[in-house]
Design a protein around this ligand. Structure first.
Ligand code: C2E
Ligand code: CA
Ligand code: CA
Ligand code: CA
Length: 276
C-alpha cells in the first residue's frame, strides 16, 4: 500500500539509473584492469580422440580481479564490447598466449597449436594484421576461433579479405560454436577452415543413439568428407568421450579431461600427461 507512493514509471527509471551507475562503475574498473595487466589467458588442452595425445590448447580470457578473484568472460566481455575494447582483450590474450608458447617450447613440451578467440571487433581492426605480421608465426601453430555467428554470409568482402591475408600469414581458421547459429554451411566451408568446433550445447545432450547422436554424426561426416578436423567442446563425461571416439571425432576438449587452468598449472598438467 505504502509502496504505491511511487509510480511504476518512477521505479522503472530508478532501476535504469541504478543499472547505468553499475555499468559505469564496471566499465571504469575494466579499463583500469586492462591498464594494470589484470587480463590473462587460462589454458584448456585438447586431445586426439584416438591416442589421447595433446593436440592443441585454447587460450581463454580471465580477469584476475584484485578483490573478486578470477572472473570468467561472462563477467566482463559484454562490458568490453560496449566500450569497443573487446579487440584489446583479444590482442592481449594473443600476445600473452604466444609468450607462454615460447616457454612451453623451452621446456620441450609438445603443444602442436594454440587457439585464441577473435571477436568480430578485432577482426575488423586494422591493427590485427600488423600484430600478426610482427609475430612471425610458424605455419600451423596458431589458429583463430571465429564464432559461427559472425556473419560470413552477406557480401562481406572486407572480412573475407582479412581472413585470406591471415591465412597467408600462416594462421589457421576455426569455426567456433558450430551448429548453434544460422550461417549456411556453404558460406562457412568457403572460408576453408582447418577445424570446426561443435558447440557444447550440441554435445551436452549427446546419447549413444537418437536424433542428437545422428546430428553430431552428420557434422563429423561433413568434416571427414571436406578434410576439416572436428573438435568437440564441452566434453564432460567418459560416456561422451566413448561416443565421440566411436563417431570418429578428431579432437576433444572439456571437463572430462581438464578445466581451463592458469599458465603454471597448465605446464604441470602437460608435464604429467606427457610423462615427464
Ligand atoms: P568458447 O569459445 O565456446 O569457450 C568454451 C567455453 O566452455 C569456455 O568458457 C570453457 O571454460 C567452457 N568449457 C570448457 N569445457 C567445458 C565443459 O566440459 N563443460 C562446460 N559446461 N563448459 C566447458 P569461458 O572460459 O567462460 O569462456 C566463455 C566464452 O567467452 C568463450 O566461449 C568465448 O566465446 C569467450 N571468450 C573467452 N576468451 C575470449 C577472448 O580472449 N576473446 C574473445 N573475443 N572471446 C573470448
Ligand atoms: Ca572458443
Ligand atoms: Ca565454442
Ligand atoms: Ca560459446
Amino acid at each position: 500500500a505504502k509502496k504505491r507512493g511511487r509510480n511504476r514509471a518512477e521505479i522503472f527509471s530508478e532501476n535504469l539509473l541504478a543499472a547505468a551507475i553499475h555499468t559505469k562503475r564496471s566499465s571504469d574498473e575494466l579499463l583500469v584492469a586492462i591498464e594494470n595487466d589484470e587480463i590473462v589467458p587460462f589454458f584448456q588442452p585438447q586431445f586426439d580422440a584416438r591416442t589421447l595425445d595433446i593436440v592443441g590448447v585454447e587460450a581463454l580470457a580471465r580477469w584476475q580481479h584484485p578483490t573478486r578473484g578470477i572472473l570468467t568472460p561472462d563477467k566482463f566481455l559484454d562490458i568490453a564490447e560496449g566500450l569497443h575494447r573487446s579487440g584489446d582483450i583479444d590482442a592481449i590474450i594473443l600476445q600473452k598466449a604466444l609468450f607462454q608458447a615460447t616457454r612451453w617450447r623451452a621446456r620441450d613440451l609438445n603443444i602442436p597449436h594454440v587457439s585464441v578467440n577473435i571477436s568480430a571487433q578485432r577482426l575488423k581492426d586494422e591493427t590485427l594484421l600488423a600484430q600478426v605480421e610482427s609475430l612471425n608465426i610458424p605455419k600451423g601453430s596458431l589458429s583463430f576461433e571465429l564464432l559461427e555467428s559472425i556473419s560470413f554470409d552477406g557480401q562481406d568482402k572486407a572480412l573475407r579479405s582479412v581472413i585470406g591475408q591471415l591465412k597467408e600469414l600462416g594462421i589457421d581458421i576455426e569455426i567456433d560454436d558450430f551448429g548453434s547459429g544460422h550461417a549456411s554451411i556453404v558460406s562457412l566451408l568457403d572460408l576453408d577452415p582447418k577445424r570446426l568446433k561443435i558447440d557444447r550445447r550440441l554435445i551436452m545432450p549427446l546419447q549413444a543413439s537418437g536424433s542428437q547422436h545422428r546430428l553430431v554424426a552428420s557434422i563429423i561426416e561433413i568434416g571427414r568428407s571436406q578434410g576439416i578436423e572436428i573438435v568437440a567442446e564441452g566434453v564432460e563425461t567418459m560416456e561422451h568421450v566413448e561416443i565421440l571416439r566411436n563417431l570418429g571425432c578428431h579432437a576433444l576438449q572439456g571437463y572430462a579431461f581438464a578445466k581451463p587452468m592458469c599458465a603454471e598449472s597448465f605446464v604441470q598438467f602437460v608435464e604429467n600427461w606427457q610423462g615427464e
